[in-house]
Design a protein around this ligand. Structure first.
Ligand code: CP
Length: 309
């Protein structure tokens, strides 16, 4: 039995997550077939923050499953006339939404709202708190690439403090058996944030040689009221993946990034070109994006219909 909502992966057992991943693999294998598990269903997609990958892949997922999209655009909505998010969500349910897919900047809002909606509520990213489908599609991408997750060393580098992707992976990587090490400057990696069993370091060059996966995160300038780091140049000098640091990587290390990538900050354009041209199987950025569609199809299908194919 799956929970009604997907707000945090912690609400899902390993078996439930594996069921979603198996369903995603099925949809990827059968890509191009016509599916109808969301036939007659209305999915409200409402993003209060910018998005390319998550929003479009959820839209495509609904369409591939034969559902209808209620496209809520906050800037064109009655929110501009003073309606609050809670009333907006109740309104979407009353209009006929069968599920809600949301992104919002306020951590905590989804748990509150999910108490008063009866239909499935799926997070597309909640402030700095959680981004469950991103973590799931990352796991899917790794499994698909053939790596063994048990004992895998994942080095996650970047703005941990503001990263909902990191917080979702605090659960996802360990529950699948991978070891996670966080790397960032002290202001972006407060130690009270580091969960038990997760390693950390302030020194990228010390940790890079241990990584099977180097998972890069962008510095979220939009979430730093007053910039916490002295300058992006200094951040890049200490924590950017550049040509000089490539020699520190394991010879089969893979690169991941949830996107959007700030080229020239967390990773140099030279490193991206080298990987794309010389080691294309070891840069997984576009695989992550592609797999987002199938993972979101599986989430929608199982939370709404729960049918056996
Ligand atoms: N990874 C991710 O959430 O990307 P978008 O902001 O483009 O959806």
């Amino acid at each position: 039995m799956l929970p009604k909502d997907m707000l945090s992966l912690k609400d899902f057992s390993l078996e439930a997550l594996q069921e979603i991943l198996q369903r995603a693999a099925y949809y990827k294998k059968k890509d191009g077939d016509v599916f109808s598990s969301l036939k007659g269903k209305n999915i409200a997609i409402s993003f209060w923050e910018p998005s390319t990958r998550t929003r479009i892949s959820f839209e495509l997922a609904v369409q591939k499953l034969g559902g209808r999209i209620i496209n809520f655009i906050p800037e064109l909505s009655s929110e501009k006339k003073g309606e609050n998010a809670d009333d907006t969500i109740k309104t979407l349910q009353s209009i006929g939404a069968d599920a809600l897919v949301f992104r919002h900047s306020s951590p905590g809002i989804f748990h509150r709202v999910s108490q008063f909606v009866e239909i499935p509520f799926i997070s597309g990213g909640e402030g700095c708190y959680q981004h469950p489908t991103q973590a799931l599609l990352d796991i899917f991408t790794l499994l698909e690439s053939g790596v063994k997750l048990s004992g895998l060393q994942v080095v996650m580098v970047g703005d941990i403090l503001h990263s909902r992707v990191a917080r979702s992976h605090f659960y996802a990587f360990p529950v699948f058996g991978a070891n996670l090490t966080l790397v960032a400057p002290p202001v972006l990696l407060p130690l009270e944030l580091v969960p038990p069993g997760v390693n950390w370091s302030y020194n990228l060059e010390e940790v890079l040689p241990s990584g099977d996966i180097i998972y890069l995160l962008r510095v979220q300038k939009e979430r730093q009221g007053k910039s916490l780091i002295p300058s992006l140049g200094e951040y890049t000098a200490l924590y950017g993946l550049n040509e000089k640091r490539l020699s520190l990587l394991k010879e089969d290390a893979c690169l991941m990034h949830p996107g959007p990538v700030n080229i020239g900050i967390e990773i140099s354009s030279g490193v991206i070109k080298t990987f794309e041209n010389v080691y294309p199987d070891r840069i997984l950025f576009q695989d992550q994006v592609r797999n987002g569609v199938y993972v979101r199809m599986a989430v929608l299908d199982l939370l709404l219909a729960g049918r056996v194919i």
